[in-house]
Write a protein that binds this ligand. Structure first.
Ligand SMILES: [Fe+2]
Length: 395
């Protein structure tokens, strides 16, 4: 792109006088001597055109005689206009040159003409005005060029910016897709890991096979009834599925003993909450799974274990799992005893509502029971769908 003049013009004007009479050229030199112009002269059109072509800076004003050898004024201006289109052109004519004047206007694009002989003051005034007008035109042209150039730069900048934004957006979308796929893979691995860990415990105590998964189903149902968030419900599902994992450290003979347990055996059983906590705290779950599992045998009045926590000190998720644990244990069939039934389980939790079990949790269980009857808590593992924490939130 051509360099654009950005500074206002403050120039010394160059003037070219073309006449075959040396006396005329001298007259101009004298008239313009007091003015701050660069005055150049030529004695014919060809010489003048050469000067126009080789000039270091463009001429602001060209004054030419009409009657000259080699080429006349009209012919000269027609060619000069092509070389110096911005120069002001003045023709000097005799009184009888009307046709030449018309030709000069039409073909040479002259701005003014003067009849010889001229009045010096009048000629000088016109030269000054013409140059002033030329300055204004040049300034106007410079400003237009500057605006045009700046607009082009802005357009280029916008185009570059648009391309960059487009590329960045495309990169981000690809990254988001990658992360989403990675997140979904991680969820599948997490689900599989949690279920596998749960199955390992069941191999130690086949009598309670399916207990943890069923507690998870019931606990999630209660959580949904209570209007918990999808994150809380997901935390409950994982924690409930793993809530008895600490029993891995309890001897099978104790876990499967059909009769009443001794105090020592009970003490050993009770260690399963702490053992579970120690196992789970090393895993970086997206939820406080280890803490929830640690508290699943706590009771509202502080009579639970292992910490004897009371009321609100027990996490809501743990209070829900504790209630679901009791319902499942009482409502389900065991090889060594028949199922006591959902209604007996409900009676139990209502009886100890606010004392052992959270009142809001019990109320939610009652609502579920009233709506669905005896089969309310005896459902298949997949009957409760847990909304996974969405990723990313807005896609
Ligand atoms: Fe337990």
């Amino acid at each position: 792109m051509e360099a654009v003049q950005t500074e206002p013009l403050k120039k010394r004007h160059s003037i070219l006088i073309v006449d075959d009479e040396e006396s005329i050229l001298n007259a101009f030199r004298r008239i313009l001597a007091e003015e701050d112009y660069d005055v150049h002269t030529a004695s014919n059109g060809m010489e003048a055109l050469d000067k126009l072509r080789s000039a270091e800076k463009p001429f602001s004003l060209i004054i030419s005689d009409q009657r000259m050898p080699v080429m006349n004024g009209v012919q000269f201006f027609a060619a000069a206009k092509e070389i110096s289109p911005d120069a002001v052109r003045i023709l000097l004519t005799g009184y009888a040159d009307t046709d030449a004047i018309i030709d000069a206007i039409n073909k040479g694009g002259i701005h003014l003409y003067f009849n010889k002989p001229w009045r010096e003051e009048e000629l000088l005034t016109h030269i000054r005005q013409s140059l002033y007008k030329s300055e204004l035109l040049m300034e106007n042209k410079r400003l237009i060029e500057m605006i045009k150039s700046q607009n082009e730069e802005l357009l280029d900048l916008n185009k570059t910016l648009e391309e960059k934004v487009k590329q960045k957006t495309s990169d981000l979308l690809a990254k988001a897709e990658e992360l989403k796929a990675s997140y979904e893979r991680a969820q599948i691995i997490l689900d599989g890991t949690v279920k596998t860990m749960s199955k390992i415990v069941e191999t130690r105590d086949p009598y309670t096979s399916g207990h943890e998964v069923m507690v998870a189903v019931i606990a999630c149902k209660i959580a949904q009834e209570m209007g918990l968030t999808s994150e809380q419900i997901e935390a409950i599902q994982i924690s409930a599925t793993l809530h008895d994992i600490g029993k891995i450290s309890v001897p099978s003979e104790i876990l499967t003993k059909p009769g009443k347990l001794t105090d020592l055996e009970m003490e050993i059983i009770r260690t399963h909450c702490r053992v579970a906590y120690d196992i789970l705290k090393t895993i970086n779950f997206p939820y406080p799974v280890a803490d929830i599992v640690l508290q699943h045998h706590e009771r509202m009045d502080g009579s639970g274990y292992p910490q004897g926590l009371k009321g609100g000190a027990i996490m809501l998720e743990a209070r829900i799992i504790a209630t679901a644990d009791v319902i499942e244990a009482m409502a389900s069939h065991r090889p060594y005893r028949p199922a006591q039934g959902v209604d007996i389980a409900l009676e139990e939790i209502v009886k100890y509502k606010g004392k052992l079990y959270d009142s809001d949790v019990v109320d939610a269980c009652v609502r579920i029971y009233e709506a669905e009857g005896e089969n309310a808590f005896l459902q298949e593992e997949n009957s409760i769908s847990v909304d996974r924490h969405p990723f990313p939130a807005n896609t």
